[in-house]
Design a protein around this ligand. Structure first.
Ligand code: PA5
Length: 449
């Protein structure tokens, strides 16, 4: 269902070097499946697809249906791993103009997001919009204590309670959080909201196939059953195999690690449909947060082609030669559209008359790969059958599994993120959060505040 093609990196690496990585890949897979590597308490995502049962999916779908029935808009509150996966899949599966469609045309409420920034304008404008719309809220935080979603949720809670009354509000809010700890869990229990659990052994950026992603995706009208199904198939495909050629995740992990050790420190994920823009954002977090530590890690960047060929194309073609490209290719699109013939042909475009836009886009893709490879940019290609729940479930699991193997190959713990705390400490000190008095004094002196 998903293919990894490395034929366009072969001019840049030695094949024997790639295959000599087999032993390392096998060791990393052993560390994953035997739970003997760093961060092994966070390997729960490995079997999430095969362990998710029908009862869990039914409970998620029922809650999603109930929220959807009473809402024109559902606001999903969360940040990082509690935001990007849901948005990635909802954006990929949605009509590109879903914001302009009616609820009937969309067959689902519109999904909006909050808590992924602290912008005053963003949240003020959101609340203004919600004054005149029926809405519900899904609030997601594993720790239950993250500042950005906590700010957004306090604002939304006050707004929704004022609009519908405290009692009616209870059925309009669902929380996805830890099973026992954290401020969000305490608040949800005390208010009587419906809650869904993020398993202890699944970290934020690996959590999209748990209720973190499944509840918003179901509320947006998409099939979580098909999504889990696709991921489950990929779980089997990506289980350790004898050679990297038989395992698309191992092949991708080995290829990117070899390119990295050959000086390619930047990986650009490219796609040829704007539907993938947030898949790219999700992927950037997955790889950036998993590998970027101990002064190591490939810098994950993203481009949306062909748009970015007219902005980043120059740099990719002729700039610093420290990049390689990974392209997500799609075999079939959701719609069909043929380019029409024009008798006058004043735009001189009749040479593509009768072709589908997919064919034209595909030729742009092949032409770009050729140009970039000739320009010194190795290219890995990942092909999926379509932009549907099944294919995307597979793609998500593939990237997660490859990320774990790749992180272990690099020698880091792919499941922690100690560096994320630094900005929080400074922000709390600057905001005079109780407990940060000492840091506050030091920072204020340093910044001459
Ligand atoms: O991947 C991660 O662990 C992070 O990006 C978290 O998901 C993010 O910081 C949000 O955390 P929480 O779900 O605890 O609010």
């Amino acid at each position: 269902m998903l293919k990894t093609d490395i034929s366009n990196i072969l001019n840049f690496i030695r094949t024997d070097e790639l295959y000599s990585l087999q032993e390392k890949v096998t060791t990393c897979n052993d560390m994953i499946y035997n739970k003997s590597g760093k961060g092994s308490d966070y390997l729960g995502w490995l079997e999430v697809p095969s362990k998710t049962n029908t009862a869990e999916l039914t409970a998620i779908s029922e809650c999603a249906r109930d929220l959807a029935e009473k809402s024109d808009i559902i606001v999903v509150v969360g940040i990082g791993g509690s935001y990007l996966g849901a948005r990635a899949l909802i954006d990929a599966l949605s009509n590109n103009f879903s914001q302009l469609l009616s609820k009937t045309e969309r067959k689902a409420p519109l999904i909006l997001y909050a808590g992924q920034n602290i912008s005053e304008d963003y949240h003020a404008e959101l609340l203004k919009l919600l004054n005149d719309r029926d809405y519900s809220v899904i609030v997601i935080s594993k720790s239950g204590t993250t500042t950005e979603p906590a700010i957004a949720f306090r604002l939304l809670k006050a707004h929704i309670e004022k609009k519908y009354g405290r009692e009616s509000t209870k059925s309009r809010i669902a929380a996805v959080t830890d099973k026992a700890k954290g401020a969000l869990k305490k608040l949800a229990d005390s208010e009587g909201y419906r809650t869904f659990v993020i398993p202890d052994d699944v970290g934020g950026r690996f959590s999209v196939l748990t209720p973190v992603g499944l509840l918003p995706i179901a509320a947006a009208g998409f099939s979580v059953e098909k999504l889990i199904n696709g991921a489950e198939e990929m779980e089997v495909i990506c289980k350790a195999k004898k050679t990297i050629d038989d395992n698309p995740a191992d092949l991708y992990a080995a290829a990117r690690n070899l390119l990295y050790s050959n000086g390619k420190a930047i990986e650009i994920l490219a796609s040829y449909s704007p539907n993938f823009n947030y898949i790219t954002e999700w992927w950037k977090q997955l790889y950036g947060e998993s590998e970027g530590k101990e002064r190591k890690g490939i810098y994950p960047a993203g481009v949306s082609f062909t748009a970015d060929l007219h902005s980043m194309g120059q740099l990719i073609q002729q700039g610093t030669r420290s990049i390689f490209e990974t392209v997500i290719s799609v075999e079939s699109t959701k719609n069909e559209l043929k380019f029409p013939k024009d008798e006058q042909n004043l735009d001189e475009m009749n040479f593509i008359a009768g072709k589908s836009l997919s064919e034209v886009n595909h030729m742009a893709e092949l032409g770009t790969i050729l140009a970039h490879v000739n320009g010194g940019v190795p290219n890995i290609s990942i092909t999926i059958p379509g932009i549907d729940e099944h294919s995307l479930g597979g793609l998500i699991y593939f990237f997660e599994k490859a990320c774990a193997v790749s992180g272990y190959m690099l020698g880091v713990n792919p499941f922690d993120q100690p560096g994320v705390e630094a900005y929080k400490k400074n922000m709390f000190a600057l905001l005079n959060k109780p407990g940060f008095e000492k840091e506050s004094e030091v920072i204020r002196k340093k910044m001459k505040l």
